[in-house]
Design a protein around this ligand. Structure first.
Ligand SMILES: Nc1ncnc2c1ncn2[C@@H]1O[C@H](COP(=O)(O)OP(=O)(O)OP(=O)(O)O)[C@@H](O)[C@H]1O
Length: 240
């Protein structure tokens, strides 16, 4: 079961570390996210991530490959995106042309649209209240507390020296609005983005996700499946 060998570390997130690894049998490069086990809340989030991720198949979404359970960690093996961080690319180039920005934006919208479309079949909906502050929707950020202060108003401004088309300006002005009812309409993004009211979504965040029996069963099922393949320790992944 010594299938994957570490090549290097790629990055870390809120729950664990992601490494570039090589499948010894096929030579395929994969990304493996390892999450320490033990914390019930993290375990649940990780299982839900597996349940949702493995149901997705789309060219603009990283493909789930498999999950491996060890005594200490849960490892999610997935397709490796070799292009690096979009943010770093923008920083390196200093700025994108509108055509380049459109190229990436379109892919993002396709991926997100697909997730929203699939969310009716998945066991939890895409959430916007977690993650990196810079990427959080304004209405969610408005409610956050930083350094003990509650942020009540956010103003976005496009600097004078940035020249963008009227269409692009219009698009941005309709995305960065804190009133969900004034946001870009449903028809945007192939017509099937679920622009469920963010207030509804925030309320759900506050109350906590719905715990339904079906979801619990699914978590148990995944856990059992993963446990059947349980490997004794992280050596099975040849880390470090
Ligand atoms: N499949 C992948 N291919 C290439 N790089 C990846 C892949 N998955 C993750 N990474 C890199 O590893 C970093 C950490 O990923 P991880 O999924 O742990 O956290 P995150 O998505 O940044 O945040 P969060 O913990 O909120 O999910 C990412 O920022 C990215 O640079």
């Amino acid at each position: 079961m010594d299938t994957y060998e570490e090549v290097r570390s790629i990055g870390s997130g809120n729950f664990g570390v992601t490494r570039l690894m090589c499948n010894r049998d096929t030579g395929e490069l994969v990304a493996v996210k390892t999450i320490p086990r033990g914390n019930h809340r993290i375990n649940k989030s990780a299982y839900r991530e597996i349940i949702n991720h493995r149901s997705l198949r789309h060219p603009n979404i990283i493909q789930f490959i498999e999950a491996i359970l060890t005594h200490t960690h849960l490892a999610i093996v997935m397709e490796y995106a070799s292009g690096g961080e979009l943010f770093d690319r923008i920083v390196d180039l200093e700025r994108f042309s509108e055509d380049e920005a459109r190229y990436f934006f379109q892919q993002l919208i396709w991926g997100v649209s697909y997730c929203h479309h699939m969310s009716s079949m998945l066991h939890s909906r895409p959430k916007s209240a977690v993650g990196t502050p810079a990427y959080i929707a304004p209405e969610i950020l408005n409610l956050q507390e930083y350094d003990g202060k509650l942020i009540k108003a956010i103003q976005y401004e496009i600097p004078q020296q940035v020249h963008i088309s009227t269409d692009c300006r219009e698009l941005i002005s309709r995305i960065f609005v804190s009133d969900p009812s004034k946001k870009i309409p449903k028809s945007f993004g192939d017509g099937y983005i679920d622009y469920r009211s963010d207030e509804e979504e925030m309320q759900e965040e506050e109350e906590g996700p719905e715990e339904n029996e079906e979801e619990e069963d699914e978590c148990d099922k995944i856990l059992r499946e993963v446990q059947e393949k349980e490997t004794p320790n992280m050596k099975a992944l040849s880390i470090g």
